[in-house]
Design a protein around this ligand. Structure first.
Ligand SMILES: Cc1cc2nc3c(=O)[nH]c(=O)nc-3n(C[C@H](O)[C@H](O)[C@H](O)COP(=O)(O)OP(=O)(O)OC[C@H]3O[C@@H](n4cnc5c(N)ncnc54)[C@H](O)[C@@H]3O)c2cc1C
Length: 380
């Protein structure tokens, strides 16, 4: 058993960390205030290979493992978890297209996806179905040329901003077997967007409904096979859960780093506050919990990379544990900053707001427990 990162993995982390600190961190608050991430950031991200992290090298991707990808997201989220998490969604969609789309669709869209001149959104949730995603109702009816789409997707990260949408739609019977996945380009007639959602965190990412009103797409826009779309959507999520957890981990590490510095400078009762033993113990607890979260996350990533039979369970357990630990840590860091923690200038309150949603999306943490318990009961 070897817990050390390889030299290559350390370089991957360092490259992502340097890019985040140079190109993202100085702008994170402005982008949050503006409610958008400048589109010209993404081709720079693409040039580093971060738009196609686990697309194979043969297909022009970075060909990294899931564990490598968690390092990228941990490092980037040390600059801004909202920007890092948005990139995770693009990567999830890129992998789905690379794995399941036919050669014609790949030839048409992958060059833009790899360079990230084409930014992708993932559309599964609907107003009436979130956790119970297989109950989705957006319909795709066959026509002579392809499909006509009708329905609404809710909470879509990048809705109205992205260049294309990877959408789970119903082509057949009720339930998961009637779901297919289609690729819908921005500008397609019949595709429109709801107003921007006003959110607690992740405010630099636009979130909106994606609406289809007699939206016609060609038959070549089907990704993979009809009726397999729910399976594709769920396969994307194991990796997505690791990435979201990595975003909580990186942001919490940043919060601990700045709290350590702050506690050395801030004085109360004639001494730096880092001299109070009660506060030192809180620091120690945060360090213990975050290191445990990091080890657990990397073990889950290793399970997915080596296709262990319990990989899905471990991804779910890690997502639940790391996102809750991350939120607990950033909240404690805010407390250790006193009133200053509550001020935007100190950067901690943004992390508290940004990390909260990691317990809700990519499957809520209740659904993570459902996955774990189901596995335990099945194998007892
Ligand atoms: C900022 C943001 C961005 C998002 N981005 C995207 C995106 O890009 N693409 C996308 O497709 N979706 C996206 N989502 C949607 C997200 O995935 C859903 O909100 C999430 O899956 C939960 O669904 P829901 O909101 O409908 O809650 P519900 O499913 O209605 O759940 C309500 C509550 O009931 C609990 N619950 C439900 N079923 C069970 C059960 N069986 N056992 C125990 N508890 C249960 C849930 O855990 C939750 O606490 C985003 C959401 C947010 C907030």
């Amino acid at each position: 058993m070897d817990f050390a990162l390889t030299e290559e993995q350390v370089s991957i982390f360092d490259m992502a960390y340097a890019f985040g600190q140079d190109q993202i961190a100085p702008h994170a608050r402005t982008w949050e205030a503006e409610g958008t991430i400048p589109k010209d950031l993404w081709p720079e991200v693409g040039a580093l290979g971060f738009a196609s992290l686990y697309v194979s090298e043969d297909a022009g991707g970075a060909g990294l493992s899931r564990l490598d990808a968690t390092l990228v997201f941990e490092a980037l989220s040390m600059a801004c978890p909202s920007v890092a998490a948005f990139l995770s969604i693009h990567n999830m969609c890129a992998k789905m297209i690379d794995t399941f789309a036919d050669d014609d669709l790949k030839a048409r869209v992958m060059p833009g996806v790899l360079s990230m001149n084409t930014v992708l959104s993932y559309c599964l949730t609907e107003p009436g179905s979130g956790s119970d995603a297989a109950a989705l109702r957006t319909r795709a009816e066959r026509t002579n040329e392809g499909y006509v789409l009708n329905g609404t997707k809710a909470f879509i990260s990048g809705g109205g901003y992205s260049d294309a949408y990877v959408c789970m739609v119903r082509t057949g019977e009720d339930g998961p077997k009637g779901v297919s996945t289609v690729y819908v380009e921005d500008g397609t007639e019949g595709l429109s967007f709801g107003g921007l959602e006003d959110k607690m965190g992740w405010r630099s990412q636009p979130t909106a409904q994606v609406q289809f009103d007699n939206c016609n797409i060609s038959s070549g826009s089907l990704i993979g096979e009809e009726g397999q779309g729910f399976k594709y959507a769920m396969m994307g999520l194991d990796g997505g859960r690791l990435n979201i957890a990595a975003c909580s981990l990186g942001a919490a590490q940043t919060a601990i780093n700045s709290t350590l510095a702050y506690m050395g400078e801030r004085k109360a009762f004639g001494q730096p506050i880092d001299q109070f033993q009660g506060l030192q113990w809180r620091l120690a607890d945060m360090e213990i919990e975050l290191q445990a979260a990091r080890t657990f996350l990397r073990q889950a990533a290793w399970k997915l990379d080596t296709q262990q039979p319990d990989a899905t369970k471990f991804c779910a357990m890690a997502k639940k544990f790391v996102t809750e630990t991350g939120s607990k840590v950033v909240d404690q860091c805010l407390q250790l900053h006193g009133g200053y923690g509550y001020l935007a200038d100190y950067g901690i309150e943004k992390l508290v707001r940004d990390l909260r949603v990691h317990q809700i999306l990519e499957g809520t943490n209740e659904i993570m427990r459902v996955i774990v318990a189901r596995d335990m009961l099945k194998n007892r």
